[in-house]
Design a protein around this ligand. Structure first.
Ligand SMILES: Cc1cc2nc3c(=O)[nH]c(=O)nc-3n(C[C@H](O)[C@H](O)[C@H](O)COP(=O)(O)O)c2cc1C
Length: 362
């Protein structure tokens, strides 16, 4: 047990977080049609600047990594300049902001990528729903990447890290969770390669660890966070031995002294199906990671306080509560009711359900 509390400040390697109530990465599809952050995106993050740390929505590192319409990128000069406006505004509001960088891998459709087939470790399609303006479609069979294509993708993450730094971010988070490219390589349900990037976990982890090493070299270990979902089943993800797979990776991340590790607990829906392999993610992996551990998924104020007090995590990230409550730390502090969340506007365009959730009166 510890005395840690959600309202305690936290020193993230010199970055002074005012509290441990963090905002997790959330795609909101409010960028322009050619994937540039807008003034509305800036306003949204400024409204949430009282979070101990904001992690932005996933931001593609290249056109090849583009999997969501109106998701912003960080690989072109116009995107970097537009992000600079966002980070300046958040800093002027005394906030801290990291950029989550991402490659969709197989979770994409050619119809929203100029016909380009999605790529993946192996030619195994994702499962689940994908929505185009025309409606729901199945995921296509992705093209298995040639071994010579892997190093250039790693380099796009290094360049995105340099770009994020140039854009004024306080750090970067690798989106290694939720069934996207690094996660696809890591887990054996989506990786059936027979080269150095497939087979044993030491091989399946290569791509993720090479990416992290490149990001660290592009900035510094302290400024690189990593997000993993050891129990995540999204988009048909699974692993025949999740405990061994994620234990290996998390020990490697600890040895590399990355700035933080953000872990997702299994969500309520997956737990009720009985298919989740690791039920208590923070408790299971805390002993393996010596740096700051951030936990996310399904937390409210009481559960957040409890996980900090247990010592199983140092920081708690909140997703949907931050969508509906721009002033979440203030509401937690004053124990006031929370706004009702409107999921129908998660992926809309414009301010409705984005920047129009009310704040508490002072
Ligand atoms: C609308 C929406 C978009 C999301 N987009 C991302 C994303 O871009 N990157 C990511 O890592 N997680 C994403 N997530 C997952 C959230 O960060 C978070 O893990 C999830 O909402 C569970 O936390 P919560 O129970 O506090 O909401 C998204 C979730 C929602 C609801």
């Amino acid at each position: 047990m510890t005395n840690a509390n959600l309202f305690d400040p936290f020193d993230l390697h010199g970055l002074k977080l005012p509290n441990r109530i963090l905002m997790s990465a959330m795609t909101r599809t409010r960028a322009t049609e050619d994937d540039v952050p807008t003034d509305l995106i800036s306003e949204y993050y400024v409204q949430r600047a009282s979070a101990g740390l904001i992690v932005t929505e996933c931001t593609q590192v290249s056109d090849q990594g583009h999997g969501i319409m109106r998701a912003p990128g960080i690989h072109r000069a116009d995107q970097i300049a537009a992000w600079r406006k966002v980070t300046d505004a958040v800093h002027a509001a005394d906030g801290h902001i990291y950029n989550q960088i991402w490659h969709c891998g197989r979770v994409a459709h050619p119809d929203m990528r100029g016909g380009a087939q999605p790529v993946a470790p192996s030619a195994i399609p994702a499962t689940g729903d994908f929505f185009l303006p025309s409606g729901r479609v199945d995921f296509p069979i992705p093209r298995a990447l040639g071994i010579e294509e892997i190093a250039p993708i790693v380099e796009t993450f290094a360049q995105a890290t340099r770009n994020a730094r140039e854009a004024g971010f306080d750090g970067v988070e690798l989106h290694g969770a939720n069934g996207y490219l690094q996660d696809q390589f890591l887990r054996d349900g989506s990786n059936q390669r027979t080269d150095d990037y497939g087979g044993a976990v030491t091989n399946r982890a290569h791509f993720m660890l090479e990416t992290i090493d490149a990001m660290v070299a592009a900035w510094s270990p302290e400024r690189v966070g990593v997000r993993l979902s050891p129990s995540g089943l999204l988009y048909g993800m699974h692993d025949s031995d999740a405990l061994t797979t994620f234990s290996y990776v998390i020990k490697e991340l600890s040895a590399r002294r990355v700035g933080y590790l953000c872990l997702l607990e299994p969500n309520a829906k997956d737990l009720t199906t009985g298919t989740v392999q690791i039920e208590h993610v923070a408790k299971t992996f805390r002993p393996l990671f010596s740096g700051p551990l951030m936990i996310n998924s399904g937390f409210d104020k009481a559960k957040g306080q409890a996980v900090l007090a247990s010592g199983d995590a140092d920081l708690v990230a909140f997703g949907t509560m931050f969508i509906a409550n721009p002033d979440l730390p203030d509401r937690f502090r004053r124990d006031t009711p929370l706004n009702k969340l409107d999921p129908s506007t998660f992926y809309g365009v414009g301010p409705k359900g984005y920047t129009d959730y009310p704040r508490l009166a002072a």
